[in-house]
Structure formats: C-alpha cells, structure tokens
Write a protein that binds this ligand. Structure first.
Ligand SMILES: Nc1ncnc2c1ncn2[C@@H]1O[C@H](COP(=O)(O)OP(=O)(O)OP(=O)(O)O)[C@@H](O)[C@H]1O
Ligand SMILES: [Mg+2]
Length: 296
C-alpha cells in the first residue's frame, strides 16, 4: 500500500512531555483523513511536524511515497491555527500577497474568494473580519497553487452552520478531484459526514486508525461478556465463527464483529463449558466509540 503521508515512530517532546509519542500514521491518496482527539492530544503538533513548521526529536516522515520533503511540502496547502493575515488589507489583497509563493492569475484568485464565500467583502480589511471570515480567508490561502493535499487544523472552527456546510462542500468537491485531506476536528458529527478514515489520538498517542466502514461496523452493536475462562471462550467462539473479532482484557471479552443473535453466542459458550458471569449487549453510537477510545 502506498501512502501520501506515512510516519514511523514520530516523536516530538516539549520538555519531558511527549506531544507526539511514537506515532505511525498512514494516510492514503484520496483519503479524507480525520484526526480526532481531545484538547492537547497532539493534533496540531502532528500537523506542524508534517509541514516542517517544527522538527521532530526522532522518527520518520514520508510524503508522497518518499519524495524529498521540501518538494513534497510545496504540494501541500495548509491551514494550521490562526492564519497570519495582513490586518490592514482586504481579502483580495491578502490573497494576492500569499499568491506570490504560488503564482496565480487574478481570475483564479477571484474564483477562490468566491469559492470560500468571500466574494463580497470588498474594501473591508482583514483586521475587521469575524473569526469565520478569517477562517475562510485562511482556507482560500491554503487552496492557492492547486495543492495535491490539504492539511487543515480545525477548519470549521468559528464558522456558523451555513459556513460549516460551505466548507464541507468545498472539501468534498476538491476531494472528488483527487485532493487528499488531513483534517482535525472536535466536532465528531461534522467529521463523520465526510471522513473516509480516522486516526484517534489521546495524549500524544495514535490509539487507533480505522476506515469509515470499520467504524460503522464497530459502533453498531457491541457485546461484552465477563467469563471465567477467557482463553477457552475465545477458542470456542473462534471455532464457531472463524472471522470473529474479539478484544480481550482480563475476564472481559468484547466482540467487535457484528452480532446478530446474542443468545447463540451464549449457547456456544455454555456448550464449551465456559461460565458466563455477565452479558452486556449495547448499541454504541459513533460518538461513544470515539469517546471511549480517546479516554474519558
Ligand atoms: N510550543 C509548545 N511548547 C510547549 N508545549 C507545547 C507546545 N505546543 C504544544 N505543546 C504541548 O503539546 C501537547 C499537544 O498540544 P497540541 O496543540 O498539539 O494539541 P491539540 O490536539 O492540537 O489540542 P487542541 O485540540 O486544543 O488544539 C499539549 O500538552 C501542549 O501543551
Ligand atoms: Mg490544536
């Protein structure tokens, strides 16, 4: 499998704290990869490492299958934290300034402004923009130069519901043209509408990577069993269902594969002389799944 972003054992420490801890990330071409994690999980730090804004202590970053990092990064547009705008200039003037780095025709610049919903801001200076307007202008800057990949840190932060929908549409439209996205967000519902893959981060660690369909499967119904002999139970269930996925921790088994009939599972275990202390069948929403994985 070829990845457009691949890191190996990436490490960034601030003092004794590992903001990014031994992280191995895998983003495929064409993905809309959603990074999810609580405040301080390390999302922004990871993005800064990928973009070369900050240097890792150790580990590897491979972009576009191993291109020279400088050249690879020129093909990436980004919006990380607040964009540094020229406060005394209009949206158009700002965009023209940033376009120096990626030569762009006036026509294209105007098209970009319209694309992010800033066509009618006229003479208004960036210093007078609302948070949502600044965010939109930052996005337009990120889009300059037809990037092959976009790294967006909380791109819908500060946007109103209409703005959120517009940004979502922009992302989907560009993704349909083949642009890969790495996006961080706290808004699980919003990310859930567009992401094709997820990376769940907690305290600097990439806890899990999974595709949207894996997430859907896992967040359906989960069955938890507390048994006397977990090894015997796993063997018995695997014998009956060769593809079953079971997560074991101590005497608790969690069946990750979809379970249609809990009573059948119970019967199989009883026949194998496993003693069941408790069966918990719960339907878990996507949000609950993330919250459990991110740590409470
Ligand atoms: N420049 C820095 N100096 C010292 N510590 C830092 C620095 N940048 C980040 N950190 C620490 O690294 C950890 C991860 O921070 P980071 O900003 O990457 O988290 P985040 O997931 O982006 O959080 P948020 O959701 O709040 O944006 C935090 O504990 C933070 O305090
Ligand atoms: Mg952040």
């Amino acid at each position: 499998m070829e990845y457009v972003i691949e890191t190996k054992a990436l490490m960034k420490r601030y003092g004794t704290k590992a903001a990014v801890n031994n992280m191995s990330l895998h983003v495929k071409k064409g993905d809309i990869y959603g990074l999810i994690g609580k405040n301080g999980a390390g999302k922004t730090t990871l993005m800064k490492l990928l973009l070369g804004i900050t240097a890792p202590n150790s580990g590897e970053i491979k972009l576009f299958g191993g291109e020279e990092l400088g050249a690879a990064r020129r093909k990436i547009g980004s919006l990380v934290e607040t964009p540094a705008l020229y406060q005394n200039e209009t949206a158009l003037e700002n965009l023209k300034r940033f376009a120096i780095l990626a030569p762009t025709s006036d026509e294209e610049i105007k098209r970009l402004l319209a694309f992010v919903g800033l066509a009618n801001t006229g003479a208004k200076k960036a210093g007078e923009f609302s948070l949502g307007m600044r965010q939109r202008l930052g996005l337009a800057i990120a889009l300059l130069g037809n990037p092959e990949m976009l790294i967006l840190d909380e791109p819908i932060n500060g946007l109103d519901p209409a703005g959120i929908k517009e940004v979502r549409d922009v992302i989907l439209e560009m993704n349909a043209k083949g642009v890969t996205f790495l996006i961080s967000s706290h808004l699980l519902d919003e990310l859930g509408k567009i992401a094709t893959s997820y990376g769940i981060m907690a305290d600097g660690v990439l806890v899990e990577e999974l595709t949207a369909s894996e997430l859907e499967e896992r967040s359906r119904t989960s069955v938890k069993l507390i048994v006397n002999d977990p090894a015997l139970a796993v063997a018995a269930l695997t014998n009956c269902h060769p593809n079953i996925q079971i997560d074991q921790s101590g005497q608790i088994l969690r069946i990750l594969s979809p379970v249609e009939d809990v009573s059948l599972i119970v019967e199989e275990l009883v026949q194998s002389r496993v003693r069941i202390y408790q069966v918990i069948s719960e339907s878990q929403g996507v949000e609950d799944y993330f919250i459990e994985r991110m740590g409470k």
